[in-house]
Design a protein around this ligand. Sequence first.
Ligand SMILES: *Cc1c(COP(=O)(O)O)cnc(C)c1O
Length: 401
Amino acid sequence: MTDIDQQRRDVLAQADLDTRAVRAGQVRTHEGEHAEPIFATSSYVFANAAEAAARFSGDQPGNVYSRYTNPTVRTFEERIAALEGAEQGVATSSGMAAILTTCLALLKSGDHIVCSRSVFGTTTVLFTKYLAKFGVETTFVAPTVLDEWKHAIRPQTKLFFLETPSNPLAEIADIAAIAQIAKSANSLLAVDNCFCTPALQQPLALGADIVIHSATKYLDGQGRCVGGAVVGRAEQMAEVLAFVRSAGPTMSAFNAWVFLKGLETLRLRMEAHSANALALAQWLDEQDKVEKVFYSGLSSHPGHDLAARQQRAFGGVLSFRVKGGKESAWKFIDATRLMSITANLGDAKTTIVHPATTTHGRLSQEDRDIAGITDNLIRVAAGLESVEDLKADLGRGLAAL
Ligand SMILES: *Cc1c(COP(=O)(O)O)cnc(C)c1O
């Protein structure tokens, strides 16, 4: 690295989030390319046998094999770490791979997890079906009730895990308060920051130890690739990276490049998603055929003040209950003509889904009742279309009831 390269890195290290989102982590090759190149190579060559030996032993830094390191993936890792204010980042092949990697790297048989009960459905399956097989038990708690977090602690507790805002009811967990409780139990707090992204919420600054991402959602932002990331302190990330190198849930160079491009517009997109979601939530709140709207940007939401404190905006996902039951919800969804009927979110295209029979369909009726996933609930992930057109589309749903 030349002196000027080092000076550029120093400037970036001090720069604002917006600047880091566009430029952090880039290393130009001798070709002088302006955009980041895609290093589509599985392995790397050495000048001679001695250099190969030095690279393999770790005596000399440098690339060996793309399950270990790839320059495009490295740039993505540095950029997402910079945005979250983390020492280090590790990219993974999906969001679920990021969660699995974190657990397998940092936990052992006999350890205990305290987890919000309002997390991504597959996370619940991973903890209860697979980690349990290897002797890691999980206790699920209401994310907004601090006493439940405290009372769940056991001597074996090693990890607290939460998502905020939750999907689909936008429950807001108090990251700073739960981080304190985790610390008192000598546990790490991992936050799945998929819904806010670092553009709206930085859990590490609030006391969390690890941030996990499904890059598939807002980091990409246009529904093209599946990927994930784990960021945090160098101490834990060394373990996470060692696991990825041994187990192989690596991100591909092409996907890393797509996510890099996504990060460059992240802040602008998150503001636009949030503005559209707020406008839709306010509009739905005034409609007679809507029973209740769940969006932390509404001042009537119980998590509104907390969300206003720990987030920069309220995010792109809202949900609402229509009058009637499942039939009404399905009629509403089927009457829309613009929105995509899909469970995906974090996309420029607005999506609409019926949680009780899709994303939360695997839960028992009793668990859905506890979680508040009623049959008349609809979730909308606001995209970047004109908000007037989106209102008109929701109006088609209302007119069908
Ligand atoms: C989608 C999602 C995941 C899983 O991510 P994949 O990239 O699909 O593996 C984890 N957490 C949250 C909050 C998600 O929305």
